[in-house]
Design a binder for this molecule. Structure first.
Ligand code: MLT
Length: 324
């Protein structure tokens, strides 16, 4: 049997690697030197290129690597891969859409909790002044709000948006959601002590309704729409004053200039950003803004999600070659 070779250029969780090796694959996890991806693939005669978000798989890489049969994206977003071009050349592209929803949803709530209790600024000021200005800081950060009873608007109601809805319902929040392809979703609320799933149906609505009704809005869309941000100045002006915005989907789906002006005018109370237009060099105005809680694109970066991603990807690859 000829051993199929996989270059996991951005790494792979150990479980995924073990599953692939047990199935007879050779897995290389040594990253190709910058600018030498095609050369590395050709020198090793790799059949599969496995990437996360760091490696860009362009049409020129695809053209330069005739040994490739499969490109795997360990994650959800496919925006770093020229999928159409790969498929036009007979190379299949697979991702792991089912594995990271819970982790991304939990990060959304980390940013929301941070925003409503001012944790991003409080963490920063407590470090330098907590021992000398405790009373003042207690007063400064002492008028937070609860999430319970508030309305969260979810833009993009696929797997991750629905995981956000499930957590929101669990917290006692109202959910409004918008999605051009989904009219209704049944959110299963899993009650641990009884092991029961309680189905909660949610019908989607228009974006304008989401803007009007939401106290907080979280975005779960694959990217810009025809090169345009989903949320710009006009959309922010339709939102409630004091809205909190979270983006853990793709950089640029909230226009960054509009966000900064919204925060500076007070129309937007706070934002949580896990993704940025210019990754990996986001604008410093965003990173240093007191109204923004920031994280470095770690939505799916939990041990549990990475293990599920590794397993899902290994299963994808094994199945692909089994069907050949
Ligand atoms: C994804 O698309 O899976 C997430 O954004 C995680 C990532 O790209 O690293």
């Amino acid at each position: 049997m000829i051993v199929k070779k996989i270059l996991a250029n951005d790494g792979i969780d150990n479980l995924g690697k073990i599953l692939l090796e047990e199935a007879g694959f050779f897995v290389e996890t040594q990253k190709a030197p910058e600018g030498h991806l095609a050369e590395t693939i050709n020198a090793g005669n790799f059949d599969v290129l496995l990437v996360r978000s760091a490696t860009k798989v362009t049409s020129s890489i695809i053209d330069a690597c005739p040994s490739l049969k499969l490109i795997g994206r360990a994650g959800v977003g496919l925006d770093n891969i020229d999928v159409k071009y790969a498929e036009s050349k007979g190379i299949k592209v697979v991702n792991t859409p089912a594995s990271s929803s819970q982790s991304v949803a939990e990060l959304v709530f980390a940013h929301l909790f941070s925003g409503v209790r001012f944790l991003q600024e409080s963490n920063y000021l407590m470090r330098s002044q907590g021992d000398t200005h405790f009373g003042e800081l207690k007063k400064k950060f002492g008028a937070g709000t609860e999430l319970k009873g508030k309305t969260i608007g979810i833009i993009g109601f696929g797997r991750i948006g629905q995981a956000v809805a499930r957590m929101a319902i669990g917290l006692g929040m109202d959910v409004v959601a918008s999605d051009p392809f989904i009219t209704e979703a049944i959110i299963p609320l899993h009650i641990l002590p009884t092991g029961q799933d309680i189905p909660v149906p949610i019908r989607t609505c228009s974006l304008d309704e989401v803007f009007q009704k939401s106290d907080f809005i979280s975005l779960h869309v694959p990217g810009k729409v025809n090169g345009n941000a989903v949320i710009g100045q006009q959309e922010i002006s339709k939102m409630k004053k004091g809205v909190g915005l979270v983006n853990a989907s793709r950089g640029g789906v909230i226009d960054e200039d509009a966000l900064i002006s919204g925060l500076d005018s007070g129309h937007v109370a706070f934002a949580g950003l896990d993704v940025f237009e210019n990754e990996p060099t986001p604008r410093t105005e965003l990173l240093r803004h007191v109204g923004i809680s920031v994280s470095p694109h770690i939505g799916a970066a939990t041990q549990e999600a990475q293990e599920r991603i590794g397993r899902e990807m290994a299963e994808n690859i094994i199945q692909f070659f089994a069907n050949k």
